[in-house]
Design a binder for this molecule. Structure first.
Ligand SMILES: Cc1cc2nc3c(=O)[nH]c(=O)nc-3n(C[C@H](O)[C@H](O)[C@H](O)COP(=O)(O)OP(=O)(O)OC[C@H]3O[C@@H](n4cnc5c(N)ncnc54)[C@H](O)[C@@H]3O)c2cc1C
Length: 532
């Protein structure tokens, strides 16, 4: 038998997957009896507005060794003999250290670092400042419904990290063999199996919350200890090596190994780390607004006259424009079909926006961030490591005050924003705890506002209909990625302190659920290598 990987196999929206073997037989000009479709590796939708949308597959097939394959293939079809599956890098099992390994943070980076360590016989102690998912859901709902913010248990802090209240998109550009392993673990924990094959997989916050509870149980079964409402408030260092962490300003846990997976929103922890001499530097990030359209409109823009077809999922989009005259680029980010725009304040007196969807993405609205690149020299105080944190706080506080100082967000119709109209009336939006009409130029700096306005006009050329009075801009979107990097050496340890492994989004080396999980895995591998 020969195992082959064939890509570019198309099915119309109305055709059944049972036809895949026939399509392949036709393309390879061999009998359908000689083909066994072993596995669907990937399934994507090709929707280019003026052509009927269709599904495109990558398949693993087997054919008898004697079968002669065609020398040339139609354009768009690729055939490869499959070699051995990509190797997951071999990990030596390690003898555990004398003191427990501490994992700071239970986001994707911390959880997957702990998972790898536990699998190698080094169960760790996970310290999470926020609450377990069950309590966290209540805290977040209370914030969305009543504007009462819990500073330790919110959209950024708590079990599962920043992505727990999200669309659960699992896209990742890195070609890392662990990507599919992470997805497999997520499926074992209850995520839908389709995430293994879809080109743009997503879980949805409703399912993700259950997956995280199962991951917790599984980690505990592997011997991990998980402490919630356990904020690491200080670290003790002896001879440039980590010696202990302090929980909630009182309890000391002795340790020589800490996985630092704190995400990008723990400004107090960054400040403490700086005080303790941990080397950090400012890094560029991006800032802007959320835009919300009726999903139906996005479907019709993206799918054209086929937009009512029942096989088509709520449409997504990604658009970008480079603006050489303004020396900036603007792009959409973290698009949530059928979702809602959510308030994510992490400290008192701030308004921060982001997006979230359920697994079915069946909501009435489509939202996405529209952001502009922010360079390090845009920060008021130059090279200070934490100046980016201060910079984004200024705009988050401004948004809070503009919104009425009650966690409502400033919002403006897109057309009013583009026409410079200041006192427009708002239509309906999904944002909780509510929106207040405000001219967006009040809540962001000019170097962001001008590119946003130029960028939206460019997007409308690529997606005609994008500019509409039915779209609202809601601000401000500041947490696209960390404005700080915690410097680390090639062996994964902090530049300044031995035994400290900065990783994930907060360390400035990852952004997104999968890439943060992969970076956590990398940190755990380094720790194991260094132990060995
Ligand atoms: C609303 C929203 C929607 C998103 N949607 C998506 C999406 O669809 N797809 C995607 O790929 N990405 C999405 N992201 C981004 C993604 O969630 C992050 O990139 C990812 O969670 C980062 O993982 P992490 O483990 O590095 O950090 P985090 O997930 O931020 O986890 C860090 C954890 O550390 C804890 N912590 C912080 N300081 C301390 C301390 N001192 N002591 C103890 N614990 C501490 C925090 O409470 C937190 O739980 C979204 C983010 C948000 C906020």
């Amino acid at each position: 038998m020969k195992i082959l990987r064939i890509s570019g196999i198309k099915l119309s929206l109305d055709e059944s997957e049972k036809l895949l073997a026939h399509k392949v037989a036709e393309i390879l000009d061999i009998s359908v009896n000689d083909i066994d479709v072993v596995e669907i590796i990937r399934k994507a939708i090709d929707a280019r507005r003026h052509k009927p949308p269709h599904f495109v597959y990558v398949l693993k097939i087997s054919v008898p060794s004697a079968v002669k394959l065609p020398v040339s293939l139609n354009p768009g079809i690729q055939l490869l003999e499959v070699e051995a599956p990509p190797e997951i890098p071999h990990l030596l099992s390690a003898s555990g250290p004398k003191l427990p390994v501490v994992v700071m943070g239970s986001g994707p980076a911390g959880l997957f670092a702990a998972y790898i360590l536990a699998q190698r016989g080094i169960p760790s102690m996970i310290l999470e400042r926020g609450s377990p998912v069950e309590k966290r859901i209540k805290d977040v709902e209370e914030f969305w419904e009543k504007g009462i913010l819990n500073f330790q248990s919110n959209v950024f802090f708590g079990e599962g990290g920043a992505g727990t209240f999200s669309d659960g998109k699992l896209t990742n550009r890195a070609n890392n063999p662990y990507s599919s392993w992470v997805k497999k673990i997520l499926v074992e924990m209850g995520a839908p199996p389709e995430i293994l094959i879809e080109a743009k997989p997503h879980i949805g916050t409703d399912k993700l919350r259950k997956v995280i509870v199962n991951l917790r149980k599984s980690l505990m079964g592997l011997g991990c200890r998980i402490e919630f409402e356990a904020q690491v408030t200080d670290i003790l260092i002896r001879q440039e090596t980590i010696a202990a962490v302090i929980i909630n300003e009182k309890e000391e846990i002795k340790t020589n190994h800490v996985i630092l997976a704190i995400g990008q929103s723990a400004d107090d922890t960054y400040t403490k780390l700086l005080e303790r001499g941990i080397q950090m530097e400012p890094k560029p990030f991006a800032m802007g607004l959320r835009v919300e359209h009726p999903q139906e409109l996005i479907n019709s823009i993206q799918y054209g006259k086929w937009h009512h077809h029942p096989q088509l999922p709520p449409a997504e989009y990604f658009v970008k424009a480079s603006l050489p005259d303004l020396n900036r680029s603007v792009y959409t980010f973290c698009m949530c079909p059928g979702g809602s725009v959510i308030g994510c304040a992490a400290f008192p007196g701030s308004v921060i926006t982001n997006g979230m969807s359920n697994a079915k993405r069946s909501g009435e609205f489509a939202n996405s961030a529209i952001v502009v690149n922010v360079r390090v020299d845009d920060f008021a105080s130059g090279k200070q490591p934490l100046s980016g944190l201060n910079f984004r706080q200024v705009w988050e506080r401004k948004a809070f005050v503009s919104g009425g100082s009650n966690y409502q967000a400033p919002a403006q119709r897109m057309t009013d924003f583009l026409q410079g109209k200041e006192n427009g009336v708002l239509g309906r939006t999904s944002f909780l705890p509510g929106v207040k009409p405000v001219a967006m130029k009040e809540v962001l700096p000019e170097f962001i506002i001008n590119p946003l306005s130029a960028g939206i006009r460019e997007f409308d050329k690529k997606m005609p209909g994008f500019i509409t009075p039915d779209a609202h801009l809601i601000g401000v979107e500041t947490r696209t990625s960390s404005p700080v990097r915690i410097c680390r050496r090639s062996d994964g340890q902090s530049e300044s302190i031995r035994g400290l492994y900065p990783c994930g989004e907060g360390a400035g080396y990852a952004g997104g659920i999968i890439s943060s999980a992969l970076d956590g895995i990398r940190a755990a591998q380094h720790l194991i290598d260094n132990l060995n």
